[in-house]
Write a protein that binds this ligand. Structure first.
Ligand code: PEP
Length: 259
């Protein structure tokens, strides 16, 4: 988008995870653009394909209103980190966004709060807007530790960050038990979690900061449940996995977010 990044934009990001080769990903991106039919989405939209498909998808998205994002980055600028990718490399491919601290990396790849905080800062250093994921596991929810986990993860990521930097980030509340399971959080559960995120930002960043940052919901969002979720005043959009791999369903989610 041109001009300054709006405060608390409505936002939908598609996380394609480890799906699609470069040609397949470019074809899906072109399908998305064709479905839009020249219409500008009424919210900001980013597509986060796997690293090897970034260039091809970036080419396909050129001139479209859709932004490009990475799914992860290494905190260093460069160096002997086999298999890793830096924020500068993502930016050079046209990425504006990067997902940081996704639960599949926190719980599947052992990323801790300190590393997520480092990645957030590295993303911003390299000119990318981080989409910072927080969220509790099923055991944590059942153990009534949801608030504690969300507060800890949010605080660890944002503490000490300069206010302007904090306000230019995006947060995704993604309960781990809802990701890829078909078990979406209720609107009430998401609402409550988003309030906890915002209250933490008010305390850690500055009073009122929570109301100025987009907080997305992620976890089994689809074309059928998106409108009900987005009707809640705490939810500014969604981070979408499975339903983003199908152009028509992703487009319906985008339409619901912009309604
Ligand atoms: C995700 O990958 O962040 C996600 C929310 O996945 P899904 O929509 O498939 O649950």
């Amino acid at each position: 988008m041109s001009g300054p990044w709006p405060r608390r934009p409505r936002f939908v990001a598609g996380n394609w995870k480890m799906h699609k080769t470069a040609p397949e990903a470019a074809a899906l991106a072109r399908e998305m653009i064709a479905l839009a039919g020249g219409a500008r989405p009424r919210c900001e939209v980013a597509i986060c394909p796997p690293f090897p498909a970034l260039q091809a998808v970036g080419e396909a998205l050129k001139g479209s209103p859709f932004h490009l994002g990475g799914q992860n980055l290494h905190p260093a600028t460069h160096g002997a980190f086999t298999g890793e990718v830096s924020g500068a490399m993502l930016a050079a491919l046209g990425c504006q966004f990067v997902i940081v601290g996704h639960s599949e990396r926190r719980h599947g790849m052992g990323e801790d709060d300190a590393l997520v905080a480092q990645k957030l800062r590295s993303a911003q250093r390299d000119g990318l807007t981080p989409i910072v994921c927080v969220g509790e596991t099923l055991a944590e929810r059942e153990g009534e530790r949801t608030a504690e986990v969300i507060v800890r993860q949010t605080q660890a990521a944002f503490e000490g960050l300069d206010q302007a930097a904090a306000l230019s980030a995006i947060i995704a509340y993604e309960p781990v038990w809802a990701i890829g399971t078909g078990r979406v959080a209720t609107v009430e559960q998401a609402h409550e979690a988003h309030q906890i995120v915002r209250a933490t930002l008010d305390r850690v960043v500055a009073p009122g900061a929570g109301a100025r940052i987009s907080v997305l919901y992620g976890g089994s969002v689809n074309a059928g449940n998106a409108a009900a979720l987005f009707a809640d005043d705490q939810l500014d959009g969604a981070l979408v996995g499975g339903a983003a791999l199908e152009a028509a369903s992703f487009w319906r989610i985008i339409a619901a977010a912009g309604a």
